[in-house]
Design a protein around this ligand. Structure first.
Ligand code: NAP
Length: 290
């Protein structure tokens, strides 16, 4: 059976890894990125390079977006020369970015008007998982559309959790990332307290990472901070974005995320100190004195 044509819009840290996987698996791939320089290596590797999201969508049956935030997603789908205008009736749109539930629902309605189906399918996992096809997808939308998308998603991930109707994947992802942001912020405060109290950092981190607080995220963030390596796998400003979206989403549901609000203040402070484009684990460095 011939493989579906796929478009990837957004070739950042995550989208570039996903595009590489699809090319390696032999899918006919079209790529688009706002900064065209990032598309060139994929063109050399055999992808078709589109000059607009609309052109990318016109060449694909399955159109994937992996961009920064609601503003970027809205621009690439519905902006001038947006992907939706180029999508054929019956195409499947997969929005993998971490976005608000409200925007996902708007996008799904616009897709339906055009005769297309949308899956919200944000991911857990980071740069190496995108490059090796080991992402986990948190999915909202119809099960039938997921079946159509599965041959493509299977190249990108190892786990596909269908959570319910449109917006369910987006909501779950915000809940997931608010907890990640809170854990990273608490580790930043812990390290600052370790330093202030004159404790041995290596011993203290070993206790925290091997003990009850040592989640996978805390372990990875502590290791990055100890190695003083903040090359971005997940840029810090995107974690702040997710905390803000989670706080707003909770408020729409009549809830108050107090820990997320405290964590967001710490992330905003890190951004003000110039750490926004570094890995989110740089929040730890941002809270150190001197
Ligand atoms: P990234 O490396 O910063 O890439 C962001 C992408 O969005 C780039 O392609 C960028 O284009 C594009 N973009 C930004 N603003 C735009 C706009 N206004 N119009 C059009 N395109 C725009 O980010 P990433 O780490 O790949 O993350 C992508 C998404 O995945 C985000 O929603 C993030 O929260 C989510 N996510 C990330 C990770 C991770 O570990 N990195 C894990 C799970 C989920 P340019 O190249 O032109 O700037």
């Amino acid at each position: 059976m011939s493989k579906a044509g796929v478009a990837i819009i957004g070739l950042g840290i995550m989208g570039s890894g996903m595009a590489g996987r699809l090319l390696s698996a032999g899918f006919p791939l079209t790529v688009y990125n706002r900064n065209h320089d990032k598309s060139a290596p994929f063109g050399r590797a055999g992808a078709s390079v589109a000059g607009s999201p609309r052109e990318a969508a016109s060449k694909a049956d399955i159109i994937i977006s992996m961009v920064a935030d609601d503003i970027a997603s809205s621009g690439v789908w519905l902006g001038d020369n947006g992907a939706l205008a180029g999508a054929s009736r019956g195409s499947v749109l997969i929005e993998c970015s971490t976005l608000t539930v409200g925007w996902i629902k708007e996008l799904a309605a616009a897709a339906a008007q055009r005769g297309c189906e949308l899956l919200d399918a944000p991911v857990t996992g980071t740069k190496p998982d995108a490059a090796s096809g080991e992402l986990s997808f948190l999915i909202g939308g119809s099960e039938a559309t997921l079946v159509t998308a599965k041959p493509v998603l299977s190249v990108l991930g190892r786990e596909f959790i269908h959570l319910g109707p449109t917006g369910s994947g987006a909501l779950m992802k915000l809940i997931n990332n608010f907890m990640c942001g809170v854990q990273a912020a608490s580790l930043a405060e812990a390290e600052s307290m370790i330093a202030a109290g004159g404790l041995d950092l290596e011993k203290a981190l070993s206790i925290l990472t091997h003990g009850a607080p040592g989640s996978g995220l805390v372990q990875r963030a502590a290791a990055r901070a100890f190695a003083n390596d903040f090359t971005p796998n997940f840029p810090l400003h995107l974690m702040a974005k997710d905390l803000g979206y989670a706080i707003d989403e909770a408020s729409h549901l009549g809830h108050k995320l107090q820990t997320a609000s405290s964590a967001l203040a710490i992330f905003k402070d890190a951004i003000a100190k110039g750490y926004g484009d570094q890995d989110f684990s740089a929040v730890i460095k941002s809270q150190q004195r001197g």
